[in-house]
Design a protein around this ligand. Structure first.
Ligand code: FAD
Ligand code: SF4
Length: 477
């Protein structure tokens, strides 16, 4: 099912039958021998298309040539010049649509497995327990607040800390990492990898305050009163989106992020050892076909479900999920109900889910998204299930945005920014999913990088202003 030209299967993976029963990582990465062999295939193009395809423009040929020459740490150093989270991006970036999708070799045969090489370099460093030391500028005395600790916030914090800023991250949840910790499951992205990146950030001097809902615990204005010179808003898009069909309020209908948070962050699979329960269903319907849907389906299966269905209104060709995740889900026995659009969730006499009724769809002309628009065929069918998980997308949470008076928003409450991450409010910057709508880890990091540059310019201009004012008043005398 996944695209054969841009999806490179160099990576070793665990046996589907075994891995579908536990939460250990599915992909095992490359051995050093495999990594060198893969790196040797790279043509070291003069005008590398792969770099054009990378949202943070990593010098891909340079890092690959270091791996080819058995200098793995030098390869990692090159990646880190552009990307703070290589072990994470190597695992979850949609490379088949980005660097790998653009690799010249993909035109005729298999593209270089750039993501696997990125992951290899980062895992090598972790395995030998080395941590790269970076140069940090002397403290400049300026405080900047970073709100939200997802990939956007973490990137802003790291880039500004390296420039000498005094950075505090304010995070609403009890653990930092954003979707990386509460959304993406352990079998795709082990928590210890995120913890390592967070420790690295702390080693740069970044402070993290958790259980801190900015907009409720404290407002942005109050942060400015405490001496913060600028604030970056990277609060993601974590609010549920529902279909508004009958039965959505029945027991055992979950919103995917809530379901995943219960398991990933609250360890619900170990209930009652941990306080949070979660339904362990027999038959599950997951509505949607993006990464979130695949994660929810595979998690439900690991909790013991015998049958898990992905219910999607289009076909396999329009699925937004990463090709690799779809293939892994299929191998693990997830079933796909394409051209199926839920119209009602049916409950039993006690208010618990017992089935989901769907319209059978046909595809018509492409809609605004460029994908063929699904329309009802007139037929319907019913699936007997005891749990439904809604994974049809997330939207902005208004807690913070509503607390900033006059902040310009667009669409469903996303923050309007310019190309440098500036909002219409002086000193307030934003980026990641809260500015773009639900997107990707690497696009949130790219936004973080641009915003960090912009914040630095803003604070430096602000710092010079009083001196300039003093100078010009002296000249006037
Ligand atoms: P987030 O990661 O959402 O982080 C925002 C943080 O802000 C959260 O920790 C939140 O608790 C905190 N916050 C919110 N409100 C407040 C407040 N008022 N005060 C303080 N803190 C607050 N992308 C990929 O590239 N590859 C994938 O494989 C992939 N899989 C995904 C799987 C799932 C289940 C989900 C949900 C998303 C996935 N994505 C994937 C998308 C990707 O994770 C997001 O695009 C990315 O995390 C956005 O980063 P962010 O920093 O903008 O926000
Ligand atoms: Fe190597 Fe492919 Fe990039 Fe060319 S486009 S430098 S072959 S990874």
């Amino acid at each position: 099912m996944p695209c054969p030209t841009t999806y490179n299967k160099t990576m070793r993976v665990r046996d589907p039958k075994k891995r579908a029963k536990d939460f250990k990582e599915v992909a095992l990465g490359l051995t050093a021998k495999q990594a060198i062999k893969e790196a040797q295939r790279c043509l070291q193009c003069k005008k590398p298309k792969c770099v054009e395809g990378c949202p943070v423009e990593i010098d891909i040929p340079r890092f690959i040539s270091s791996i080819r020459d058995n200098n793995f740490l030098a390869g990692l150093k090159t990646i880190r010049e552009y990307n703070l989270l290589p072990a994470i991006c190597g695992r979850v970036c949609p490379q088949e649509n980005q660097c790998q999708g653009a690799c010249i070799l993909g035109r005729k045969k298999t593209p270089i497995s750039i993501g696997a090489l990125e992951r290899f370099a980062a895992d090598y460093e972790a395995a030998i327990n080395e941590t790269e030391t970076v140069e940090i500028a002397k403290p400049n005395g300026h405080k900047v607040a970073v709100i939200g600790s997802g990939p956007a916030g973490l990137t802003v914090a790291a880039d500004l800390a390296k420039l000498g800023y005094d950075i505090t991250i304010f995070e609403a949840l009890h653990e930092p990492g954003g979707v990386l910790v509460y959304g993406i499951p352990e079998f795709r992205l082990p928590k210890k990898i995120i913890q390592r990146e967070i420790e690295y950030l702390k080693s740069l001097g970044v402070k993290i305050k958790v259980n801190w809902v900015v907009g409720k615990t404290q407002t942005v204005d109050q942060l400015f009163e405490e001496g913060y010179k600028a604030a970056f808003v990277g609060v993601g898009a974590g609010s549920p989106r529902y279909m508004n069909i009958p039965g959505e309020n029945l027991n055992n209908v979950y919103f995917a992020s809530e379901f995943l948070t219960r398991v990933n962050l609250m360890k619900a699979e170990q209930f009652p050892k941990y306080d949070t329960p979660v339904k362990r269903a027999e038959k599950v319907a997951v509505v949607g076909a993006g990464n979130v849907a695949m994660d929810a389906a595979r998690t439900a299966q690991r909790l013991g479900a015998k049958e898990v269905y992905i219910v999607y209104r289009r076909t396999e060709h329009e699925m937004p999920s990463r090709a690799e995740e779809v293939e892994h889900a299929e191998e693990e026995g997830i079933k796909f109900e394409f051209l199926s659009n839920p119209k009602e969730i049916i409950g039993d006499e006690k208010g618990y889910v017992k089935a989901i009724k769907c319209d059978k769809m046909v595809l018509c002309e492409p809609d605004a998204s460029g994908r063929r628009r699904p329309d009802c065929s007139g037929e319907e069918f019913t699936l007997d299930v005891d749990q439904v998980i809604m994974a049809i997308g997330q939207t902005s949470n208004p807690i913070l945005t509503k607390s900033i008076k006059g902040l310009k928003l667009w669409g469903a409450g996303y923050i309007e920014i310019d190309e440098n991450g500036k909002t219409n409010k002086p000193g307030i910057f934003a980026g990641g999913d809260i500015a773009t709508g639900a997107a990707t880890v690497i696009s949130a990091m790219g936004a973080g990088k641009r915003a960090a540059r912009s914040i630095n310019e803003y604070v430096m201009t602000l710092a010079k202003a009083p001196r300039q004012r003093k100078k010009s008043s002296k000249t006037a005398k």
